[in-house]
Design a protein around this ligand. Structure first.
Ligand SMILES: [Fe+2]
Ligand SMILES: [Fe+2]
Length: 144
C-alpha cells in the first residue's frame, strides 16, 4: 500500500442505518480503497490493473444499485428517479471504460481513479443517506 493515509476506514459516517445496505456498502468500500491507491497525481498509470478491479466490482455495484432501487420503490421514496439517474450516470462511466479496454484504447488515470472512489464514497455518505433517512423516518422497520 503506497499511500495508506488515503485509505478509507469504515466509520459511522458511512452508516445509513439499513443493515443490508450497510453490509453491501462495507464491501464497496473495499473496492474504493483499491482504487484510492492509484488516486495520486503523477502515480503510474495502472490502467490494466484498475480495470480488473472495476470489472470485478461492476457486477456487485450494479446489483447493489438494483437492490437499492427496489428498496426505494417498495418504500415509495419520492426522489427515486433522481437517485436512479445518479446510479445510471456512474454505470455509464464504468461501462464506457470497460468498452474502451475491450477495444484496446483504455487507460485509467489517477484522476479517474480519484473520481470513481470519491463518487462512491460521496454517494454513500450523502445520496444514500437521504433514502435511508426517509425509510427510517417513515418507521418501516421491516426494511431496516
Ligand atoms: Fe448505496
Ligand atoms: Fe445509491
Amino acid at each position: 500500500m503506497k499511500d495508506s493515509m488515503r485509505m478509507i476506514k469504515w466509520n459511522s459516517n458511512h452508516l445509513t442505518g439499513i443493515k443490508e445496505m450497510d453490509d453491501q456498502h462495507k464491501e464497496l468500500i473495499t473496492t474504493v480503497n483499491e482504487l484510492v491507491q492509484y488516486c495520486t497525481p503523477g502515480s503510474n498509470d495502472m490502467g490494466a490493473y484498475i480495470l480488473k478491479i472495476i470489472q470485478a466490482s461492476s457486477g456487485f455495484v450494479r446489483q447493489h444499485f438494483a437492490d437499492e432501487e427496489h428498496l426505494m420503490e417498495e418504500a415509495g421514496y419520492p426522489d427515486l428517479e433522481e437517485h436512479r439517474l445518479r446510479h445510471g450516470g456512474f454505470i455509464r462511466v464504468i461501462s464506457a471504460l470497460e468498452r474502451e479496454f475491450e477495444n484496446g484504447s483504455g487507460s485509467v488515470s489517477p484522476e479517474l481513479a480519484c473520481f470513481l472512489s470519491a463518487w462512491l464514497i460521496g454517494h454513500i455518505k450523502n445520496t444514500d443517506r437521504k433514502y435511508a433517512d426517509y425509510i427510517l423516518s417513515k418507521n418501516m422497520p421491516h426494511m431496516a
